[in-house]
Design a binder for this molecule. Structure first.
Ligand SMILES: C[S@@+](CC[C@H](N)C(=O)[O-])C[C@H]1O[C@@H](n2cnc3c(N)ncnc32)[C@H](O)[C@@H]1O
Length: 477
């Protein structure tokens, strides 16, 4: 058999060991183009739909993710107004299954332990919002990756707290604290071979074994943070059974957990019990194989913890009390028509006012990047709205909003001032700026114009018009 260029020979041999002659089909499929996907993402409008202007880019719906679509071949949509506005998230179709497996329930306390750059967190936040909301904490151990996580979480308006900790530090702080935990584990990434040449290049024959040790270590800590009866969703984007079925087998053999059935997703296959000591229940976990389904390689298992693993539940720490700051309350009233209760329980760090999403999980020992979504910056006695706050509410909830067309939005995202339209509420010093019903950020009233408050660090002159990109799709098809 001829291997596709730069697929490691040792990987082919390992797959031949597990799959026998079927390995030929898998390796051949790795020469195909990867499947790209996109899903609806705006958490503030959880029942909304993708804007019509995206229609030329969308192929079939993703069978296992009600919000997902395959993308037609063509240019990336990452530098478009609607992407910057958080209306959609570019995500591999197979990866969408993880939040669907998590199935957030109303009012749950959920931890995404390996969350960066935020694909699963942001989808979990959307699904939770649809059910009336949950308390969501997203963590990643790596400082640079956690910043990307914060940017994505803010872009789509997911109201979660973000920590930057190791699993063992969190386990010590939060025993039996969560109703559900996602471990989308660091892995050898074999499912990403088709998509990312760097992953193929970095892969080593001992990678599955090394990652298995790390995955067990992360899971050990994750389980201590689950309440009895809580759910653990374990997922990887790799193919090797060492990191998938055999990790699940290890969990079943060492912890009071049981596997739960997942929805009946077409194109996904049962995990292989013959790779897990013939434990029949392992088949309840699922795999997407690149040669058998429309997506990149992925593995998902959902387990329930039957008895607690940690000795005792955590000690509760103090929660933020609702604001008694008259200046803050007055300012909020000038900004929004109806103040969300979460915006009155704040946590102030340096000059930034955050909605407190950590509640009694807050502990001084933890590295917290964001205790919740940033709402405003305090400058002396005045407040300036943080652009992330615009994403937390649907259009119509700020006292003043200007809806702009794509051309004006491209200029706004590049940092230009806007012309002030007539008819704005003159009492409101700040107004939200929206495009196609999705907030982009804020502007401040000035004589005859609106000064641009879109953060300098996010401004870009690379944003392209969807109409121009749709032309490229048409010519490539
Ligand atoms: C597969 S990625 C997560 C992708 C993410 N869930 C998403 O959907 O965008 C695995 C993550 O695990 C993190 N990680 C690596 N080593 C870790 C460790 N020892 N403990 C916790 N997380 C770790 C990495 O920084 C990486 O962001």
């Amino acid at each position: 058999m001829r291997n596709p260029p730069d697929i490691p020979t040792a990987f082919v041999q390992q797959m031949e060991h597990w799959l026998g002659s079927e390995a030929r089909d898998l390796i051949a499929a790795l020469s195909d183009k990867p499947w790209r996907g996109l899903r609806y993402a705006a958490v503030a409008r959880p029942h909304g739909e993708l804007p019509q202007s995206l229609a030329p880019f969308l192929g079939d719906g993703v069978p296992w993710a009600p919000d997902g679509f395959y993308l037609n071949p063509g240019p990336s949509l990452g530098y478009t107004v609607l992407h910057q506005a958080g209306s959609f998230y570019l995500q591999d179709p197979s990866a969408m299954a993880v939040a669907v497996a998590l199935d957030p329930q109303p009012g749950e306390r959920i931890l995404d332990l390996c969350a960066a750059p935020g694909g699963k967190t942001t989808y979990a936040a959307l699904l939770a919002a649809r059910r009336g909301g949950a308390q969501l904490v997203a963590n990643d151990i790596h400082r640079d990756r956690v910043l990307a996580l914060a940017e994505n979480v803010e872009r789509v308006g997911a109201p979660c707290a973000i920590t930057n900790e190791s699993p063992d530090a969190l386990a010590e702080a939060w025993p039996q604290a969560f109703d559900a935990i996602v471990v989308d584990a660091p892995c050898s990434g074999e499912g990403m071979f088709r998509k990312d040449p760097a992953v193929r290049k970095e892969w080593r024959p001992d990678a599955p074994e090394r990652f298995q040790a790390l995955q067990k270590d992360i899971l050990r800590h994750a389980l201590t943070m689950l309440k009895p009866g809580g759910r653990l969703v374990y997922s990887t984007c790799t193919l090797n059974p060492l990191e998938n079925e055999q990790v699940v087998l290890w969990l079943l053999e060492h912890y009071p957990v049981e596997l739960e059935p997942l929805p009946d997703w077409s194109e996904w296959r049962p995990a292989r019990s013959d790779w897990a000591g013939n434990r029949e229940e392992v088949r309840l976990a699922k795999r997407l194989w690149p040669h058998l389904g429309r997506g990149e390689g992925h593995f998902v298992a959902r387990l329930r913890l039957c008895e607690p693993v940690a000795d005792k539940p955590r000690r509760r720490s103090k929660t933020a009390t609702p604001s008694t700051d008259k200046a803050w309350d007055g300012w909020l009233a000038s900004l929004v028509t109806e103040v969300p209760p979460a915006w009155r329980r704040t946590s102030v760090r340096k000059t930034i006012v955050f909605a407190d999403a950590l509640g009694d999980l807050a502990l001084p020992s933890l590295r917290v990047l964001r205790p919740g979504p940033p709402l405003a910056e305090r400058k002396g006695q005045v407040f300036v709205p943080h652009h992330a706050a615009s994403r937390l509410l649907p259009v119509g909830f700020f006292r003043a909003t200007v809806e702009i067309d794509e051309e004006a939005a491209i200029r706004y995202l590049a940092g230009e001032a806007l012309t002030a339209p007539g008819g704005l509420d003159l009492e409101a010093p700040f107004c939200a700026v929206a495009h196609e019903g999705f907030h982009l950020g804020f502007a401040k009233r000035a004589p005859g114009r609106l000064n641009n408050l879109y953060p300098r660090g996010l401004r870009s002159t690379r944003i392209e018009s969807l109409a121009a990109l749709a032309g490229a799709v048409a010519s490539s098809s």
